[in-house]
Write a protein that binds this ligand. Structure first.
Ligand code: ACM
Ligand code: ZN
Length: 533
């Protein structure tokens, strides 16, 4: 577009005021980018368009070609820059390691009639720009089959975007119901589409142990299987090879996987395999009932710590991320109160009570993880009886635990069940695909209203809020379709809470954009909950 035309457009923009605001012009991106300016003509992706990406950006270029391929039918080449003129315009993915302004995950994306110019300091930033680009294209781009007759046009726009928080998480409980690695990858893909970057994989539960541990084969031979009420054997687990495959896949989507190995509670499946690690000696069956179970690891038995350290020694190298989640929630003290070994430990260590025994337990594990270069994170119960020195806190029973931890100068992830438990129903009316507990509803609007930084924190304390995540406990959620229904669209609300700036949040505008995403879900054949129903 020439200068005069641009000038005329600017005049119209001034005259029309908010009507020409980026939001009213169909730049419908979730999560809302930090800065959007509409300008000039757009760009049409054709079979002659080239993707220019090199070095560390090459893989993202290939990824983008893969995103654009199925619906357009184009096999766009991914090349290094030659400077030669091209017929179909360029999608340029450029890494600029010096660009501090964009941070480690930010990007800029400029669309003109000549092409699309994407810049970032890191491949992660390039990747997020590609997610934005995907949403700027007609929704048919999300079809997995060629769609004829669509002009693959992206409007002229300049976007600059950086995330608000570094921990943008989704959790999945694979203990209550098992989800295979193909689904886990799909879940990670859905997360990445909305710029979420931390997958909390809840791998062990009373109802199933889901990760192969070579030194303790009974964990999966026994602990991964249960006999449900209908007499059916139910279960499954991931081999270490499966885990590695998922972690590599996640990395290619710039998602860090945080494994959770629960202790000292929620461990009946492990105790069914190794009853000697309990206070009573068992025997136990892998649990077939939900809820909080009284049998937990014995904190007085040295073998418990040897076992857990051996398990962690196999788990740590599978997950390159900094954090390892050790659970720590919902630990009834009944068995410890009645156990000679546990009471002996309380005396020998000069502990006041069973809460301090829990704290002792977590401190030992924290020391072990720290020695091995990992950071411990646990549910907010790990504050009770004293927080271990290296521990970060995941606040689920509201925000109190998170606030206390931040005030102690500890890192915090907010996941309060008041707003971010996606196993809770979405309204009083919906049938929820049979996938919910009932009770307290968490509609999309409530998720969207969540503010991860509590008002009572000082700026310095607030800096310890790493971010927030949505939790998906799967007692009532048995199938992939049900999981999708529970997270779509609530995960999109979360993405805007953790990525976008607080100041720009606008429910009505978000609602308009989320309805646009429903069209994409439909094209992809994904179950979702239309929040208007
Ligand atoms: C939890 O929901 N028990 C962390
Ligand atoms: Zn005991």
């Amino acid at each position: 577009m020439n200068r005069i035309a641009t000038f005329v457009l600017m005049l119209i923009a001034v005259a029309a005021g908010p009507l020409l605001d980026a939001r009213a012009q169909g730049v419908d991106v979730i999560p809302q980018p930090q800065q959007v300016e509409i300008h000039g003509d757009g760009f049409v992706v054709t079979a002659d368009t080239l993707i220019i990406a090199e070095g560390a950006g090459r893989e993202v270029g290939e990824y983008l070609a893969g995103v654009l391929g199925p619906a357009t039918g184009y096999e766009l080449p991914v090349r290094a820059h030659t400077g030669d003129p091209v017929i179909g315009g360029l999608i340029l993915l450029e890494l600029d390691a010096q660009d501090e302004g964009l941070g480690d995950e930010g990007y800029s994306l400029e669309v003109t009639d000549r092409g699309i110019d994407i810049r970032a300091k890191t491949p992660a930033g390039l990747f997020y720009a590609c997610q934005t680009l995907r949403q700027l294209l007609p929704i048919e781009i999300d079809s997995d089959q060629v769609v004829e007759g669509v002009l693959w046009e992206v409007r002229g726009v300049m976007i600059e975007d950086v995330p608000r928080f570094g921990w943008r998480g989704m959790h999945l409980d694979v203990g209550r119901h098992f989800f295979d690695k193909a689904f886990v990858k799909h879940y990670i893909d859905l997360m990445a589409r909305y710029k979420l970057n931390t997958f909390h994989w809840h791998l062990t539960e009373d109802q199933g142990w889901r990760v192969e541990i070579k030194k303790y084969p009974l964990l999966t031979e026994v602990g991964a299987w249960r006999t449900d009420g209908d007499g059916e054997r139910y279960g499954g687990y991931y081999t270490q090879e499966d885990i590695r495959e998922v972690v590599v896949y996640a990395k290619s989507r710039f998602v860090t996987v945080v494994p959770e190995i629960e202790m000292p509670g929620h461990s009946v499946a492990a105790l069914a395999a190794y009853p000697g690690l309990s206070c009573t000696g068992g025997p136990f069956d892998v649990s077939t009932t939900w809820g909080v179970h009284k049998d937990v690891y014995c904190a007085g038995n040295e073998q418990t710590f040897e076992f857990l350290q051996d398990v962690l020694a196999e788990v740590m190298p599978l997950f390159p991320g900094a954090y390892l989640h050790i659970g720590g929630d919902e630990v009834p003290k009944d068995r410890w109160e009645a156990c000679e070994k546990c009471q002996g430990r309380i005396k020998a260590e000069g502990l006041k009570d069973e809460h301090e025994l829990q704290s002792y337990f977590i401190r030992r594990i924290d020391a072990f993880l720290t020695q091995n270069g990992k950071k411990l994170i646990g549910w907010d119960e790990i504050l009770e009886g004293g927080l271990a020195p290296g521990a970060a806190v995941m606040s689920w029973r509201g925000e109190k635990g998170g606030i206390a931890a931040a005030q102690m100068g500890r890192d915090v992830v907010m996941a309060p069940y008041s707003h971010l438990y996606f196993d809770f129903q979405q309204s009083d009316e919906a049938d929820e695909l049979g996938a919910t507990w009932g009770g307290y509803p968490i509609p999309l609007e409530l998720v969207y209203s969540y503010e991860p930084v509590p008002a009572e924190l000082s700026d310095e304390e607030a800096a310890h809020i790493l971010g927030a995540q949505g939790n998906v406990w799967t007692e009532p959620i048995a199938t992939p379709a049900q999981v999708r229904y529970m997270i779509l669209p609530r995960m999109l609300g979360l993405s805007e809470v953790v990525w976008s700036q607080k100041e720009g949040r606008d429910w009505e505008d978000f609602e308009r954009r989320v309805v646009g995403e429903y069209g994409r879900f439909g094209l992809m054949g994904l179950s979702y909950r239309d929040h208007r129903e």
